[in-house]
Design a protein around this ligand. Structure first.
Ligand code: PAF
Length: 279
């Protein structure tokens, strides 16, 4: 991959990159279209598919994470992707006595909050694998989805702090017609769980309406209690966290007004879903 990328670099070919863990959906394909717009017709669009083990905790869904490479390949072909890069674990994390993998990239300010509190090793895995992928694909621009808002902020910080010569673009969240944010993990939502999963979007909408009706910023604690109550109405739903914060710095806000950002994580049965939006 790197050899190919260096050839493009020498030839002055622009490269747009979309890193994914596969099981592609319409949201991923919107990132591909964005990468194509940026790279142009003469440029190259690279999509990577790699279910990165270092960003999963020991009790998380690594082994059952949905995979369908044949379907992903044809979706990429139809979408005009130039290179589908699918490294394997041995290539990404070589192991063996004296030759193992032992270097990680850790962002230390933004990564401890929200997702980081619930999944303490998650962002270390994300920043490490994204750094590796950027070094392999050598893109001019990499496109990330806004659904993983905190991830995008952390990647932007890493790129800035470590002087990666790449521009990070963040593309809007894609939603199903009823508002559920698209996610490969939605595949786990069988039967009534699919309906119950709407509580994430409905909570965002309820808070957004409350904030926009109010003349002055509202206490975050009151809004959190409202979300907790909404989630409790669904039999299989359990709130992991809800937070209100400044969208760029992720600094939590005690009082919440228009323009604040809201993020939440909710278990629906055993599936953990996240969502976020500007209020
Ligand atoms: O958002 C994802 O799919 C993953 O976290 C990423 C960025 C591909 C890193 O494994």
């Amino acid at each position: 991959m790197q050899r190919l990328a260096r050839g493009w670099q020498r030839a002055g070919v622009r490269v747009g990159f979309v890193p994914t863990m596969g099981y592609l959906h319409a949201g991923h394909l919107s990132l591909v279209r964005r990468a194509r717009r940026i790279a142009g017709r003469e440029g190259r669009v690279v999509v990577s598919i790699y279910v990165n083990p270092t960003q999963f905790g020991p009790t998380e869904d690594l082994s059952r994470y949905p995979r369908d490479l044949a379907r992903d390949s044809s979706l990429c072909r139809e979408a005009g992707v130039d290179v589908l890069f699918v490294p394997d674990d041995k290539q990404m994390y070589p192991c063996g006595e004296g030759a193992g993998f032992s270097t990680y990239v850790v962002e230390e300010e933004l990564a401890g909050r929200m997702e980081g509190e619930s999944r303490p090793t998650h962002f270390r895995g994300v920043t490490t694998v994204v750094a590796k992928l950027l070094n392999m694909v050598l893109p001019d621009t990499a496109v990330f989805g806004a659904k993983d808002w905190q991830q995008a902020a952390i990647v932007q910080r890493m790129v800035r702090d470590l002087n990666f010569p790449v521009r990070i673009e963040v593309a809007a969240t894609w939603r199903e017609s009823d508002g559920l944010a698209m996610s490969s993990r939605n595949k786990y939502l069988t039967g009534d769980l699919r309906r119950q999963a709407l509580v994430l979007w409905h909570s965002i909408q309820a808070v957004r309406a409350q904030v926009s009706r109010s003349q002055k910023p509202l206490p975050a604690a009151r809004l959190k209690a409202r979300v907790k109550a909404l989630v409790a109405l669904e039999p299989e739903a359990r709130l992991d966290y809800v937070e209100f914060f400044e969208p760029k710095t992720l600094v939590p806000m005690a009082r919440v007004g228009r323009g604040a950002h809201m993020a939440l994580a909710v278990y629906i049965g055993t599936t953990r879903l996240i969502d976020n939006a500007r209020l």
